[in-house]
Design a protein around this ligand. Structure first.
Ligand code: WTA
Length: 654
């Protein structure tokens, strides 16, 4: 972010205090902060007791005797799926709609808590019949359909561990995730609807499982797209057949609070995605607490909609676990926002009278570009709380969101968190906080955040620094699957000292004159494209895996709509320079990255260059390439081994 825009962010003077009426009916009260301050761990214990059903109550709250490996509520037992399903039915809310699902072509289904519970019981029995039990890993590769939720909860009900892989990832990405977790079972679909067409998923699973022997013994296939699929006898089974053959009754057993719930792969600074591990009790307590308080949820009357795909952490915490633990009614939509028309989302808000809406700044900015006329055609008056997640939301988009979507009155909560944190960490509380555009504002009650300088001392406003979480929190990741050393190294080595462990988030941040936190984006080699995390190194590895490429460097360049965009610089192998034009090479390589990783990683541009800027020790200076990619004056080149390189690159690109 340029110094100029940081400056204006730090001096943002607009304030939006809650109305007296909103504050009077708000779920969150200012006393939450006092309670958490008085006794932080006890505050979380109270939340966990109040919000969850425990098969066996816990007596220990936090065990931090072996940092950075935390245990929360360790001697308690619970069943995550029971908390999301059965207990609501037993409390008399079985007829409440859990999911209003809308398919892209316009087909729809509403599923009550009683129906969802029955479906998950059958699915749990079906999985058990395939040999899935506590601790086994199940890969889930599905579109945004109710079966994705059923599959996740069925796995959780058995005390097994799911690894959801976003449906847009390639066969190769799927395979590496299956291998890393040693998954026994894959749950997929024939296809799903996207942009007016069925995109097939089963062929990617078939490709992923071909070749070297795998840990996978069965593939369950949901029928959604009605497209033809290849079939491997003995391995593949239709989901509907397996469920029909399964018993209807299934009693949920309690598992230890630290029983693993899921692994979710996310990009880090190195080429290989990390399997972030989350466990049960602490995770569920914090997602339920945050979902209820940050979104001001009144479960009997609200209709909530989070637009995230279940393949990302936002889908895990705020489509599946948070809303269902709280007994909320939610909307789930399969397709893209512009199919079959650019007002599709607003049409759904009108149709289902959505009152709480949670989406990403990149979506808001692309709607802003299309103009207000589109949302203006729909009745959005049911909306009363808006949320934002995934990247910083610029004040201009914030104001547009409030005015064009929120009727000029709906509070906006800008929620900062990560795959690793499991749940929201920094956010305003509607009804309590006076809102400020462009700032995530305040750590939630029970969360301790600090901004540190490079030397590890706390910085004073208006200095910027690096964001750390200074105390363990219930939904924190418990590790990187199979790699405890990488876990310690990545998150805990930078600022921890003996006896004082601090989690390094990888984000830069500022504290403004009011003490509010302003997020500035990643400080490492992780890019944020449309709110999706991508690693520069992972894309570089994909590029150099193509035979025409000798060397590659990737940067995230500022982009008006997607926040950042992937821009690649490649040196072709000498025998290739004449074989293709730069334009041909660029087309081939953009497609190659999409095929290797997934369409979300496809570079916006691939520039063919003859040199890359390197220091004397051979490190690529991405900062300089970023200057070129963003059309800026090139920064300091004095540490380059050959300072003329940047001139050559920028001349060529002109
Ligand atoms: C960024 C998504 C600014 C941040 C839940 C973080 C944000 C990364 C915000 C995590 C926000 C997320 N303001 N930046 N409100 N929310 N980020 O793991 O850089 O996909 O480190 O989790 O997104 O991305 P992830």
């Amino acid at each position: 972010m340029s110094t100029n825009s940081i400056d204006s962010l730090l001096h943002e003077s607009r304030r939006f205090p809650p109305s007296a009426e909103f504050a009077a009916n708000a779920v969150a009260k200012p006393e939450l902060y006092d309670a958490a301050k008085a006794d932080r761990t006890n505050f979380w214990a109270e939340q966990a007791r109040e919000l969850l059903h425990w098969h066996k109550p816990f007596t220990q709250t936090l065990d931090w005797s072996n940092p950075p490996f935390a245990k929360w509520f360790a001697d308690g037992e619970l069943n995550v799926a029971y908390n999301c399903l059965d207990r609501h039915v037993l409390a008399g809310n079985g007829e409440r709609v859990a999911i209003h699902w809308e398919g892209e072509p316009g087909d729809s289904r509403s599923v009550t808590y009683a129906e969802l519970t029955a479906e998950v019981k059958r699915a749990a029995n079906a999985l058990a019949a395939l040999g899935i039990g506590q601790g086994d890993r199940v890969a889930i590769y599905l579109p945004v359909i109710p079966e994705a939720i059923v599959a996740m909860l069925a796995v959780a009900r058995l005390g097994a561990v799911h690894s959801v892989v976003f449906g847009g990832f390639s066969a190769e990405s799927l395979r590496s995730r299956i291998d890393d977790a040693n998954a026994k079972l894959v749950i997929t679909a024939d296809g799903g609807w996207r942009k007016g067409k069925v995109f097939p998923l089963k062929p990617a699973v078939d490709a992923a499982l071909s070749g070297a022997a795998t840990s996978v013994t069965n593939v369950l296939v949901v029928k959604r797209g009605e497209n033809d699929v290849e079939w491997t006898e003995g391995r593949d089974l239709w989901w509907h057949d397996a469920l029909a053959a399964a018993d209807a009754e299934h009693e949920a057993q309690g598992f230890e609070a630290e029983n693993p719930l899921y692994i979710l792969y996310t990009s880090g600074t190195t080429g290989k995605p990390k399997g972030i591990l989350h466990t049960s009790g602490g995770y569920l307590a914090q997602v339920a607490f945050t979902h209820k308080n940050v979104f001001d949820l009144h479960p009997a009357t609200d209709v909530y909609w989070c637009t995230a795909d279940v393949g990302w952490v936002t889908g895990h915490s705020y489509v599946v676990y948070g809303p269902l633990a709280n007994g909320a009614t939610q909307v789930m939509y399969e397709g893209t926002p512009d199919t079959p028309h650019p007002g599709r989302w607003w049409e759904l808000i009108e149709k289902y009278k959505v009152s709480i809406f949670y989406t990403a700044p990149t979506a808001i900015r692309s709607f802003m570009k299309l103009g207000r006329e589109i949302p203006d055609k729909f009745d959005l008056s049911s909306l009363r709380v808006l949320g934002s997640v995934g990247e910083p939301i610029n004040p201009e988009a914030w104001i547009w969101y409030r005015d064009a979507i929120g009727g000029g009155t709906a509070p906006i909560v800008d929620t900062w968190w990560q795959t690793e944190t499991g749940a929201i960490m920094i956010s305003a509380l509607p009804g309590v906080t006076s809102l400020k555009p462009g700032s995530a504002q305040t750590p939630l009650p029970g969360i301790k955040i600090d901004i540190l300088g490079e030397d590890g001392t706390r910085v004073d406003p208006p200095q910027g620094g690096l964001l750390v979480v200074s105390e363990p929190w219930p939904a924190m990741l418990r590790g990187i699957w199979g790699d405890p050393e990488r876990f310690k190294e990545t998150y805990w080595s930078r600022f921890s000292t003996e006896g004082d462990y601090k989690y390094f988030a990888g984000d830069g941040a500022h504290v403004d004159q009011d003490g509010d936190i302003v997020l500035l984006g990643r400080v490492d080699d992780v890019m944020n494209v449309s709110g999706h995390r991508l690693s520069t190194q992972e894309i570089e590895s994909a590029l150099v895996s193509h035979p025409i490429v000798a060397e590659a460097a990737v940067v995230g360049a500022a982009d008006e709509t997607t926040g950042q965009a992937v821009v690649a610089f490649v040196i072709l192998r000498s025998d290739q320079e004449k074989a293709q034009t730069a334009e041909e090479a660029s087309t081939i390589l953009r497609a190659h990255v999409a095929e290797q990783i997934g369409a979300i990683a496809r570079p916006r541009q691939v520039f063919v260059v003859s040199e890359l800027p390197k220091t004397r020790s051979g490190k690529i200076m991405r900062r300089l390439l970023q200057d070129v990619a963003e059309g800026r004056e090139i920064g300091d080149t004095t540490t380059l081994a050959d300072s003329s390189v940047m001139q050559i690159i920028s001349d060529k690109l002109k």
